[in-house]
Design a protein around this ligand. Structure first.
Ligand code: FAD
Length: 429
């Protein structure tokens, strides 16, 4: 294992470029432990699909792309043990071949499993928690280079499963999996006001439900997925035309055109929304429905709020994004997840509605981000750790009941700041 010296790393969103003293890719757990023991400052990067500076390091950057094997499938108990660097798409493919699947997924599968769980990555569906909830146990190489195994249901697990790489390096993960299932995808457009009016019913009646909005369009795209064992009926031609040609090439072209001239964007957004006037009605393998084609590079902030406030919050959000000086050349997304007990989970203690503000990078982004964040703070939102946010310790302490406990634990487990970086200092020190 020869470290690359003075390495530059750029994240997926291309908004961060960091320099590190060295870049190490261990292939075994012994090499991983040696790296942690031998370097005073070290931090892991997964696939760099975060927009926030959750991976920069004061020393060495560790990456687990060579540490991504499946270790054990227990078909009887429906569990799977993997090395932490495995990607979600690899898990999907492997499990599918064995007749199993992940319980829930977000919109893409490029991330590493450890990276995804460490920031509270989530999908949508009020009866489903974030991806970290699928973890039954995991091993953590702590700041002393010692291996600890943490089990679901314990306080230490709840503290560490979503911890932004601050408490150690996750090495092996055992996941609860489920029998392979399909999703009945019914996607249509509906007037945004009408959706807000019946939001509680839409949340309750669908296993998975999310909204896409392209402001200032009157309608939103409503995605509803029901879990089923009925046979697939999605045609290859539709998949090719919609998922490859229209969603990738067509959408990218429209985003680029919208980037040329701000005043064209409202018309482009209405045009894109109208493409769904003919609804989608199909049954397909779960992971193929959950995962959408990888979007063009853009910027994101996404916040979790108490779902009890959904109706009023959505009215305020529609007004906020619908009536302002900004123009949007990217979809806006609204999702839902069940609450949990993980100390740093954005959904800690409350079923949540997530509101994301996304835009193709341009001169408006910083202003737009701050404009939305002021609204999010007013509604006691919690930012997605892997996306952009401006709030710091003072605010976060008031928003998370277990925040101070986490700060104390982090000091005890990593007194010399081996796993620290400027963002971690700003939010925890
Ligand atoms: C196009 C796109 C779509 C996305 N869709 C969604 C979505 O649908 N839902 C959602 O919630 N989020 C989504 N995200 C955000 C993304 O899931 C998170 O930012 C996720 O954390 C990225 O995983 P990663 O493997 O790239 O990890 P990184 O971004 O590289 O790292 C994330 C954190 O994990 C830590 N980490 C990584 N590996 C380890 C390890 N072995 N031990 C300890 N810590 C570790 C890192 O130190 C860092 O703090 C999306 C991002 C992009 C770019």
């Amino acid at each position: 294992m020869k470290p690359a010296q003075s390495y530059h790393f750029t994240n997926w969103g291309k908004n961060l470029r960091i320099r590190t003293d060295a870049y190490i890719q261990p292939a075994t757990e012994a090499e991983l432990i040696a790296a942690v023991r031998n370097h005073p400052y070290i931090r892991v990067v997964g696939t760099g699909h975060s927009w926030s500076d959750v991976f920069s390091t004061k020393g060495v950057l560790l990456n687990l792309d060579k540490y991504q094997r499946v270790l054990h499938l227990d078909k009887g108990n429906k569990t799977l043990t993997v090395q932490a660097g495995i990607k979600l798409w690899q898990l999907n493919e492997y499990l599918d071949k064995q007749g199993f699947a992940l319980i829930n997924l977000g919109s893409i599968a490029q991330q590493s499993i450890a990276g995804a769980i460490s920031t509270g990555t989530h999908g949508s569906g009020i009866r489903f928690q974030c991806l970290a909830s699928q973890v039954l146990s995991f091993s953590l190489i702590d700041a002393k280079g010692e291996k600890r195994v943490l089990h679901k249901g314990t306080d230490e697990f709840n503290a560490a499963v979503i911890s932004l790489g601050c408490l150690g390096v996750i090495s092996e993960i055992t996941l609860q999996i489920t029998e392979a299932y399909r999703l009945h995808d019914k996607t249509f457009i509906e007037d945004f006001d009408s959706v807000i009016h019946r939001i509680d019913e839409l949340i309750a009646q669908n296993d998975h439900f999310k909204l896409w909005w392209m402001p200032p369009a009157r309608e939103v795209v409503v995605y509803t997925y029901k879990r089923t064992q009925e046979p697939r009926n999605d045609s290859r031609l539709r998949q090719f035309m919609n998922d490859r040609v229209l969603s990738v090439l067509g959408y990218r072209t429209m985003v680029k055109i919208g980037h040329l001239k701000n005043s064209w964007r409202p018309a482009i957004n209405q045009f894109l929304t109208n493409q769904l006037k003919k609804p989608i009605d199909r049954i397909e393998k779960s992971f193929k429905v959950f995962n959408v084609p990888e979007p063009p590079v853009h910027r994101e902030t996404e916040w979790a709020f108490d779902v009890k406030d959904a109706k009023e919050l959505l009215r305020g959000y529609k007004e906020l994004l619908g009536n302002n000086k900004y123009t949007f050349n990217f979809i806006q997304e609204i999702r839902f997840t069940k609450g949990d007990d993980f100390w740093l989970s954005e959904c800690h203690g409350r079923d949540s509605i997530w509101i994301g503000v996304y835009n193709h990078e341009d001169h408006q982004w910083n202003d737009l981000h701050a404009y939305f964040e002021a609204f999010a703070v007013k509604w006691n939102g919690r930012p997605h750790w892997g996306k952009e946010f401006l709030v710091r310790k003072d605010y976060l302490q008031t928003s998370y009941p277990k925040y101070n406990d986490f700060i104390r634990l982090r000091k005890a487990m990593d007194p010399d700041g081996k796993f620290s970086n400027p963002l971690m200092e700003a939010i925890f020190d």
